[in-house]
Design a protein around this ligand. Structure first.
Ligand code: ATR
Length: 274
């Protein structure tokens, strides 16, 4: 007898999240019967809402802002990536309790690989030193770039993050005011949340090589200002929809043991939300 896989996304806000659509499409693709509910809750509400989800037969969940850190508190086991990022985006029920993972960084790498953007031996410039950057640094450094430089409005935050990951590769951090002499980067990763206010962090074309690529971890309206700047400056630019679908595919694989194809789902989402 087939049993419906009960999945949910917890976070705030979640009403515009694309994750329910993505996981529904993955389920159809692999013929897996599932329900995927978006549950709007704050950090204070998370404990009781998650407990109710378990009682209702929930066996897997995603966490988004502001609950990725709170997720650490409900796990009996945590994988190395989530531990390093101090953030969980995927929870799976196992025989030994709840196991926490972070598929954000691996999801970005999956998308960069799909796009043909190499990391090994390359110089990477990251703008922003918040939760999004913390989530991707471990996997990114694991792909052996020549250098990762993190720039942030609050320089001390970038310095602290670089210090935390210093043993994993060549990484430095600082404030935008220290960026005057930077050059020669092959990839620009836009990981600030400034696009949500339709503003840009300080950007300079001179930081990047002629053939460099730009990738924004944001998508939709929050990506528009950055996309326009890339366009004006002749830079190949990608939004973070592929990373969103990539992290979802890796979560889906954790829950079901099967990796769905990302390209058809990404294509459908772009058409539907165009
Ligand atoms: P997230 O989880 O999306 O990374 P966060 O942890 O709140 O969210 O971090 C937001 C990031 O965007 C930070 O790097 C923040 O810079 P500060 O650390 O100085 O706050 C950056 N950011 C937000 N608004 C910005 C703006 N208008 N200009 C430049 N950077 C901005």
């Amino acid at each position: 007898m087939s049993r419906t896989l009960r999945l949910a996304l917890f976070g705030h806000p979640v009403e515009h999240s694309l994750s329910p659509q993505i996981h529904r499409r993955f389920g159809q693709q692999l013929d897996i019967d599932l329900s995927y509910q978006a549950i709007d809750c704050t950090a204070a509400e998370f404990g009781p809402r998650f407990a109710a989800f378990i009682v209702g037969g929930g066996s897997g969940a995603n966490l988004t802002v502001p609950l990725k850190h709170a997720g650490l508190g409900v796990c009996q086991q945590i994988d190395a990536g989530a531990r390093a990022a101090r953030a969980i985006n995927t929870l799976v029920r196992t025989d030994h309790g709840w196991y926490g993972h972070n598929t954000d960084g691996p999801g970005l790498l999956l998308d960069l690989d799909n796009l043909g953007i190499p990391i090994a031996g390359r110089r990477i410039l990251i703008l922003g030193a918040g939760g999004a950057t913390a989530g991707i640094l471990g996997p990114l450094l694991g792909a052996k770039p020549a250098l990762v430089t993190v720039l942030n409005r609050t320089g001390a935050r970038a310095e602290a993050l670089a210090g935390k990951f210093a043993q994993r590769g060549c990484i430095v951090g600082g404030g935008f005011e220290q960026a005057d002499d930077l050059s020669g980067f092959d990839l620009l990763l836009q990981a600030t949340s400034s696009g949500h206010d339709s503003v840009l962090p300080p950007l300079r074309r001179g930081w990047l090589t002629a053939e460099a690529a730009a990738y924004d971890l944001n998508y939709g309206p929050a990506h528009r200002a950055f996309a326009a700047w890339c366009d004006e400056n002749g830079l190949a630019c990608h939004d973070g929809l592929g990373m969103l679908v990539g992290q979802a595919a890796l979560a889906f694989e954790i829950w079901t043991g099967q990796r769905p194809q990302t390209a058809p789902v990404q294509h459908a989402l772009r058409q539907r939300n165009a």
